[in-house]
Design a protein around this ligand. Structure first.
Ligand SMILES: O=C(O)C(=O)C[C@]1(C(=O)O)C=C[C@@H](O)C=C1
Length: 289
């Protein structure tokens, strides 16, 4: 057995290694921020104004993180560290606030918002989701986070539009059976200049009559819906590659005849980080055999 002195020396040398790595991480972080100074200058030179978040770029960065990640650090811990860095770097590009949906479970909403937008930004809880939409639409560069409930208490997405606030991201981005800050929500902002075709496009769809069950079999996802006396208001997600006409056809084939179908934003497809992991229930049943 190793003596206390040998163990102490081994621990000391591991701590020295941590100190070297921490200094290197800090140096790299400061170097990253110097690059951001260049990004700010380039964006200004190209006339960029308003919202500085670039969700497409962030999604690419996160996809590459999943590919290279290994070891015992939970992927969601790495995700959170980068979210803090990315938001701090966005904050260096201009002021913005994050408006939270006050109708959601406030602890879960705060956890999700802080997980994704860190502590570098001011957050305030607005009233209901429609208030969040109105505040963000009237702002220069603010974000809003609205909890996604299967059945909505009001069709808040009616306030979204091409010139006002749009959906820009879906949270959580790393989907896992058990993960911190797992409140399903939509991030909204004013339109982001230069954003390409999103993986998933989102529509405000309204029709008379019922919500046909077969709508779910068309490949469309009902993110949320509001039922009123005459019909249904739905927030629908479709492949970003589908045209508006194709989405309309899918709705009609399922028995919904939208009299309104409006594009209200889109998001990068979340990544299931449990994929490829052994299924815990299966393992358990094997043990029981
Ligand atoms: O690439 C950009 O446009 C940036 O502003 C940099 C950066 C980052 O910190 O990496 C910050 C915010 C954007 O949402 C995406 C990435």
């Amino acid at each position: 057995m190793a003596s206390d002195q040998t163990q102490g020396t081994a621990l000391d040398s591991l701590r020295q290694r941590i100190d070297v790595l921490d200094a290197e991480l800090h140096r790299l972080l400061m170097e990253r921020v110097r690059v951001i100074d260049g990004i700010v200058a380039a964006k200004r030179a190209s006339g960029a104004d308003g919202v500085m978040f670039r969700p497409d770029r962030e999604a690419d960065m996160m996809r590459r993180m999943v590919e290279r990640h290994e070891g015992s650090l939970p992927l969601t811990s790495a995700e959170h560290l980068w979210r803090e860095i990315i938001t701090a770097c966005t904050r260096l590009q201009g002021e913005f606030q994050v408006h939270l949906d006050g109708s959601a479970d406030i602890a879960a909403m705060r956890d999700a918002a802080r997980f994704y937008f860190g502590f570098a930004v001011e957050m305030e809880t607005a009233g209901d989701p429609a208030d969040v939409v109105g505040t963000v639409a009237a702002s220069h560069s603010d974000l809003g986070v609205i909890a996604l409930t299967e059945r909505a208490e009001l069709p808040w997405w009616r306030g979204l539009g091409q010139d006002g606030a749009q959906i820009i991201a879906r949270l959580p981005f790393f989907v896992a059976e058990e993960r911190p800050a797992d409140l399903a929500s939509m991030v909204i902002s004013r339109p982001i200049p230069g954003s390409g075709t999103p993986d998933t496009a989102v529509y405000d769809a309204r029709w008379r009559g019922v919500l046909p069950g077969s709508l779910m079999d068309t490949g469309l996802e009902i993110l949320s819906f509001f039922r009123h006396a005459d019909g249904v208001d739905a927030l629908l997600a479709a492949s970003g590659d589908s045209s508006e006409d194709e989405v309309l056809t899918l709705c009609r084939e399922a028995g919904a005849e939208p009299d309104v179908l409006r594009f209200v934003g889109g998001y990068a497809a979340p990544i299931d980080i449990d994929e490829g992991e052994p299924d815990e229930l299966d393992d358990f049943s094997e043990d029981a055999d």
